[in-house]
Design a protein around this ligand. Structure first.
Ligand SMILES: Cc1cn([C@H]2C[C@H](O)[C@@H](COP(=O)(O)OP(=O)(O)OP(=O)(O)O)O2)c(=O)[nH]c1=O
Length: 193
């Protein structure tokens, strides 16, 4: 029976996949995430997801490997993780009082087939004061997160409204992912029998 391998070091993706009650193994990929900004956000997250999954699939040729990637897009600009506190401050200042999109790509691959998809969620921030942004950055929560915030943490207080899948913002559109995994014969039933 094929095993499910999560090609990710993201604690959020691990937690979300755990909610689906599917046994899986974690194997973090260390591919570089440099990609031309000529691609659309949807292409970027799908291609990076595929890159991560393929990197790990070479060590697990008989299994099913899942890779994923999340970016924040504001005004056509793709915003990844902050490089510094100053960078995070700048990003959050841009997002203040505005609506942005969070794109998460997912790639699921086995020896026989591969699929890629993405989900986009719209997130609107409250208008934030400079003090509020500084306070948030000082918490350190922004460091390893696309767009410099975590909606699942204190970052929830920055968010006025969302339109779309919440879990997609956290880093994995778990509902669609589990449905797609079924077509790879990764289901709760098949692994408990
Ligand atoms: C917008 C947002 C992003 N994020 C996170 C999800 C992802 O972990 C991270 C985006 O970085 P990614 O490069 O997508 O993922 P990663 O480096 O954390 O993990 P890996 O490549 O090994 O799979 O931002 C949140 O946790 N909450 C949020 O609200």
């Amino acid at each position: 029976m094929k095993r499910l391998i999560l090609a990710s070091g993201s604690p959020r993706r691990k937690e979300l996949l755990e909610t689906a009650h599917l046994p899986f193994i974690i194997q973090k990929s260390s591919v570089n995430e440099n990609i031309s900004d000529e691609y659309t956000p949807a292409e970027i997250v799908e291609q990076l997801s595929l890159r991560k999954a393929k990197d790990i699939a070479q060590y697990y040729p008989d299994d099913v490997v899942l890779g994923s990637d999340t970016v924040v897009v504001y005004d056509g600009q793709v915003l990844g993780k902050p490089k510094s506190d100053e960078d995070a401050y700048e990003t959050l200042s841009k997002l203040s009082g505005k609506t942005h999109q969070v794109y998460t790509g997912v790639a699921i691959i086995s020896e026989e087939r591969e699929i890629c998809f993405h989900e986009a969620t719209e997130v609107t921030f409250w208008t934030l004061t400079s003090e509020e942004i500084k306070e948030y950055v000082s918490l350190g929560e922004c460091k390893d997160k696309a767009g410099s915030y975590g909606i699942q943490g204190y970052g929830s207080t920055l968010v006025k409204q969302i339109n779309g899948d919440y879990f997609n913002v956290v880093g994995l559109p778990i509902s669609r992912t589990v449905r797609e995994l079924k077509s790879f014969d990764i289901t709760k039933r098949s692994v408990t029998e």
